[in-house]
Write a protein that binds this ligand. Structure first.
Ligand SMILES: *Cc1c(COP(=O)(O)O)cnc(C)c1O
Length: 423
């Protein structure tokens, strides 16, 4: 009954190398013909409800007409000009708007083209901040177990060194300080002792606020972020919030740091920045950070500059996405999704092999003892008409913030049914 894979798929498949994928044992990728709202339409005609929103980028749903129109308009006038000494309207408008939206005092925007690179830039800012101020030897960061900050070398070095996907690379990477999150009195005291011993060699703390995403959708309380801010102040460290996952409403506030009332010195944004249409990232720094680069010495300039920096098409998409956040109450939608996820996933608690069910904002997680055959799980979800992609030991949902309540019910229902069938 199913139509065969399209010619482009058969021609390309032997030449494509897939992300994080053992190519020998992988389930073949699904050929997608088009997208609409929270739906993926496959080349063979099947339609899947998307529970992941393409790594939570398409926060307004796919093919939003307002974003499409903005990109089309921009394409007519100017797709791209270099960012060195040439200014384009979408990028300057976006810088202005992001600094208004970002935590207070963070008002200097450096654009890049992926989340990992935004993290590299944040780390480089933190290191060069010390160099420019003549503070010798302060070039290490504090990061956390369970952390994920990206796939480029600098970012890999602040991922979880034991459990993370980059653990095999330890010998290749610079050594930063990896701590446990200060979640309670004991871990907070241990964290403070660690900083006390190493403060002289440290420049910054980097953390994913409230949710460690790729590390397994692990949540922590806002109090953790307040402890980090106090510690950073005590030891004169910069505090970096990697909001690439959490930014743009995912956890219930526009940025996760807001829930703690904590202002970091640098934030990184990407994923949902363009509403899932174009690659774009931003590293936003406070005046205090920027001031360390303000000098008559050309070597005090921030030594970074991606070729496609400030890409006009991507920035036009991001501006259209911010228009949608301003015009439509996405945070109210997040609150409703949160309720529906809690109700819809709660029954999973009683299923065998389920270790935890947790929900924060528009993130729903069922943690298992063990996923078992992950390809089989994926196939069952596809057979149930949903796109859900378990990893590690979790099954999770990060749908578009605009998903319909009926579609969301189909997603949670599929998780309940598929996990209940598991032997
Ligand atoms: C996805 C992600 C990154 C990396 O972003 P890429 O665009 O994939 O390079 C970094 N940090 C966090 C928290 C992320 O979720």
């Amino acid at each position: 009954m199913l139509t065969p894979d399209p010619a482009w798929y058969r021609a390309g498949a032997p030449h494509v190398w897939l992300p994080y994928t053992q190519m020998k044992t992988a389930m073949p990728a699904l050929a997608v013909a088009r997208t609409e709202g929270s739906r993926l339409v496959l080349a063979d005609g099947r339609e899947l409800i998307d529970g992941i929103a393409s790594w939570w980028t398409s926060c307004h749903g796919y093919n939003h007409p307002k974003i499409r129109a903005a990109v089309q308009r921009q394409l007519e006038t100017m797709p791209h000009v270099m960012f060195g000494d040439l200014a384009n309207e979408p990028a300057y408008t976006l810088a202005h708007r992001l600094s208004a939206l970002a935590p207070p005092g963070l008002d200097r925007v450096f654009f890049a083209d992926s989340g990992s690179v935004a993290v590299e830039i944040a780390m480089k800012m933190a290191v060069q901040y010390r160099l420019n101020r003549g503070e010798c030897g302060r070039n290490r960061l504090v990061a956390f177990r369970g952390a994920y900050h990206g796939d480029t070398a600098g970012a890999m070095a602040v991922c979880d060194p034991d459990e993370g996907m980059h653990r095999a690379f330890a010998g290749y990477l610079p050594r930063h300080l990896i701590a446990g999150l200060p979640r309670d009195d004991d871990s907070a005291a241990a964290f403070d002792r660690l900083l006390d011993r190493h403060a002289g060699e440290l420049t910054a703390i980097i953390v994913e606020p409230l949710v460690q995403g790729a590390g397994g959708m692990l949540f922590h309380d806002p109090a953790v972020l307040r402890h980090l801010r106090r510690a950073a102040d005590r030891y004169e460290l910069l505090l970096i919030f990697d909001e690439i996952f959490t930014g743009f409403g995912r956890t219930g506030t526009m940025f996760a740091g807001e829930a703690a009332g904590v202002t970091p010195d640098i934030i990184t944004l990407s994923k949902a920045l363009t509403g899932g249409t174009m690659p774009l990232a931003a590293t936003i720094a406070s005046g205090k950070v920027f001031d360390a680069f303000w000098s008559d010495d050309p070597m005090h300039a921030l030594m970074h500059g991606p070729t496609y920096m400030g890409n006009a098409l991507a920035c036009a998409a991001a501006n259209a996405s911010l228009d949608l956040f301003a015009a439509e109450d996405r945070l109210a939608q997040v609150a409703a999704i949160s309720e529906a996820l809690s109700t819809g996933l709660a029954p999973c608690r009683h299923l065998p092999g389920v270790r935890d069910v947790r929900v924060k904002g528009a993130i729903g997680v069922v943690e298992l003892d063990d996923l078992g055959d992950v390809n089989e799980l994926k196939r069952r979800f596809i057979a149930a008409g949903v796109w859900i992609r378990p990893f590690g030991n979790i099954v999770y949902l990060t749908p578009a913030l605009t998903i319909g309540s009926d579609e969301l019910a189909r997603l949670t229902g599929a998780i309940r049914a598929v996990l209940a069938e598991r032997r």
